[in-house]
Design a protein around this ligand. Structure first.
Ligand SMILES: NC(=O)c1ccc[n+]([C@@H]2O[C@H](COP(=O)([O-])OP(=O)(O)OC[C@H]3O[C@@H](n4cnc5c(N)ncnc54)[C@H](O)[C@@H]3O)[C@@H](O)[C@H]2O)c1
Length: 276
């Protein structure tokens, strides 16, 4: 079954960056798009662009950290399109800093959007997908920061490891139910995530820092690696969905980093390390 043609796809964080690229790629394959974003105007711009290109698309406001708001979104999208087949729980924020001195507000905000936001999407949309019985797909956006720890990105890593654990488990739970699951784990992608994350922060002082945030083209040293474009990420997601692959990795350098991590864990079982 074609995962895109005439299927209804909801993309959170669809107002920009990776979310808007996913929407463009899905629309190019014949999907009908619901762009959901806390920045409704940004989602509206993307919806207009897709509509001008001949696709069916509509913008919705949502704050994914609010469970009731995501439930409302699921109802509104279903009213508008009839059904939902694909949900991309993609909205996310990134705040750097030492974890021991980071304000609790930074931790709560990061977990609320990145972890709870994904869970709220699963809770609101998966039952609807199972109910209509036409099958579907869940794409959860984690990060390479969900597969290995990174200095000064502890809050972000903790939230993304949670998404990885949730999504690997979800794929097992849905395996026999006709719903595919993919876990998107990019390294650096050229988006405005740093500024956007501060712009939506509950603390006004943090919001004031947004203008000085580094752009995706010029990332902080903690996030080393090649910078790719959101459309490159979207192409990989489309391919993974066509093949029903769980892991979506985007940068060749991830292979070596993940291999070294697996080796460090494996080394624990070597007799020298394991023996008493
Ligand atoms: N850019 C990268 O280098 C990178 C790398 C790995 C993973 N990611 C992940 O990719 C996803 C998309 O990020 P991006 O880089 O495209 O950033 P982005 O800032 O361009 O896009 C994120 C979108 O989510 C929206 N958003 C933020 N908080 C929200 C909320 N509470 N409710 C609804 N919408 C909200 C923003 O308004 C924005 O439009 C995130 O989960 C991010 O953690 C990004």
């Amino acid at each position: 079954m074609d995962p895109f043609r005439d299927r209804v796809a909801v993309v959170t964080g669809g107002g920009g960056g990776i979310g808007s690229a996913l929407a463009r790629a899905f629309a190019a394959r014949g999907a009908r798009l619901a762009l959901a974003d806390v920045d409704r105007n940004a989602a509206e711009v993307v919806a207009k662009e897709l509509t001008a290109g001949g696709a069916e698309a509509e913008a919705f406001a949502v704050d994914v950290s609010d469970r009731d708001d995501v439930a409302r979104l699921a109802g509104e999208v279903t009213d508008r399109f009839g059904k939902v087949h694909v949900v991309c729980n993609n909205a996310g924020v990134a705040i750097g800093g030492e974890m021991w001195s980071a304000p609790t507000a930074d931790w709560e905000y990061t977990m609320a959007v990145n972890f709870w936001g994904v869970l709220h999407g699963v809770q609101a949309f998966v039952p609807r997908i199972l109910e209509h019985g036409e099958g579907g797909y869940v794409v959860n956006t984690a990060s390479m920061a969900g597969l290995t720890g990174m200095s000064f990105l502890g809050m972000y890593c903790a939230s993304k490891f949670a998404v990885v654990g949730l999504t690997e488990s979800l794929s097992r739970e849905l395996r026999e139910r006709g719903v595919g699951v993919s876990l998107l784990c990019p390294m650096i992608v050229a988006t405005d995530i740093n500024a956007n994350s501060l712009r939506q922060h509950p603390d006004p002082e943090r919001r004031r820092q947004a203008e000085a945030a580094p752009s995706g083209e010029n990332p902080p040293p903690a996030m080393r690696g090649g910078v790719i474009q959101p459309d490159d990420v979207a192409r990989r997601v489309v391919r993974a969905m066509e093949r029903n692959q769980l892991y979506v990795l985007t940068h060749p350098e991830q292979r070596e980093i993940l291999r070294r991590r697996a080796e460090r864990i494996d080394a624990v079982f070597e007799p020298d390390a394991w023996g008493d």
